[in-house]
Design a protein around this ligand. Structure first.
Ligand code: T3D
Length: 253
């Protein structure tokens, strides 16, 4: 259901359910556990989220509550635990999108720091097609990536975006040939895993917080976070490497 592979300091979490990696309660719990374990493990310094087979993820498994009165508000706690674990993971996260990403599947990709997409993959918000409101952070990330007007259009009309369209809209960082997707995603993850992990995490925190802070509050937060980054061994190493005219050897501490 969730395949975990460790490649040096990169952890790959691959959604693995029949057909389209639709998300059900068990998979959401496994994913939340996997992300929380990744947070605790200092040996993990970057994470790749992907889907096995033909899809990244089709979002909620629409068969899970068939014939039952759904308690979506309650069920969404499982999604929210995953999204919060993903967004607050203090290590770079990459979504490697090899096939369709729809509904909450797309939300999970949007919650990652980087998105690499196969030329053959597609993205669709999907929620309005089944009379639902976007969830799992989509209303937070989508307007920030594409602007309010485009986000509303993508949510209401739910077109199926090609990789080219997704790249043009700024929804993904890079589009690659299908057979190169994991190779490219792992190469970027390895590069990021060798970076100043603590400074990366603190920069992400500043960017996320900046959405709700005034300039004065942002300046104050930057100073606090810089105080923390300034105490890291990676900062010490970065300055030493600069002065010695050599590449830094960051350890994530
Ligand atoms: O708390 C709550 O539960 C609310 C939370 C909601 C979060 C959400 O994510 S709501 C949105 C749910 N997702 C969707 O509505 C997407 C529905 N699927 C699609 O739009 C398309 O299937 C895809 C774009 C994902 C892929 O299209 P394509 O053409 O590659 O495949 P397909 O032929 O449509 O689907 C292949 C099979 O997967 C098909 O089964 P079949 O007919 O061969 O037996 C299809 O029914 C099944 N499938 C696709 N999506 C889902 C699914 N089965 C269950 N749940 C799905 N989401």
């Amino acid at each position: 259901m969730l395949e975990k592979t460790r490649l040096e300091s990169v952890l790959v979490l691959a959604l693995d359910r029949p057909e389209v990696n639709a998300l059900n309660s068990d998979l959401l719990l496994a994913l939340a556990d996997g992300l929380e374990e990744a947070q605790k493990d200092p040996g993990v310094r970057a994470l790749v989220l992907t889907g096995k087979g033909r899809a990244f993820s089709a979002g909620q498994d629409l068969k899970e509550f068939e014939g039952k009165a759904p308690d979506y508000e309650g069920h969404l706690r499982k999604y929210n635990r995953v999204v919060e674990a993903l967004v607050h993971l203090e290590k770079p996260t990459l979504a490697a999108i090899g096939g369709a990403a729809a509904g909450a599947g797309l939300s999970l990709a949007l919650a990652c720091d980087f998105r690499l997409m196969s030329e053959k993959a597609s993205l669709t918000t999907a929620f309005s097609r089944i009379g639902l409101v976007p969830d799992s952070g989509m209303t937070f990330f989508l307007p920030r990536l594409v602007g309010y007007a485009k986000a509303l259009e993508l949510i209401w009309l739910s077109p199926r975006l090609s990789a080219k369209e997704a790249l043009e809209l700024g929804l993904v960082h890079q589009v690659v040939a299908p057979e190169k997707l994991m190779e490219e995603a792992l190469a970027l993850a390895q590069t990021l895993a060798q970076g100043p992990t603590r400074a990366f995490a603190l920069s992400k925190k500043a960017l996320l917080e900046s959405h709700r802070l005034s300039l004065e509050q942002t300046l104050a937060l930057e100073a606090v976070l810089q105080g923390e980054a300034g105490k890291s061994l990676d900062h010490e190493e970065g300055v030493r490497a600069f002065l010695e005219k050599r590449p830094p050897r960051f350890t994530g501490r």
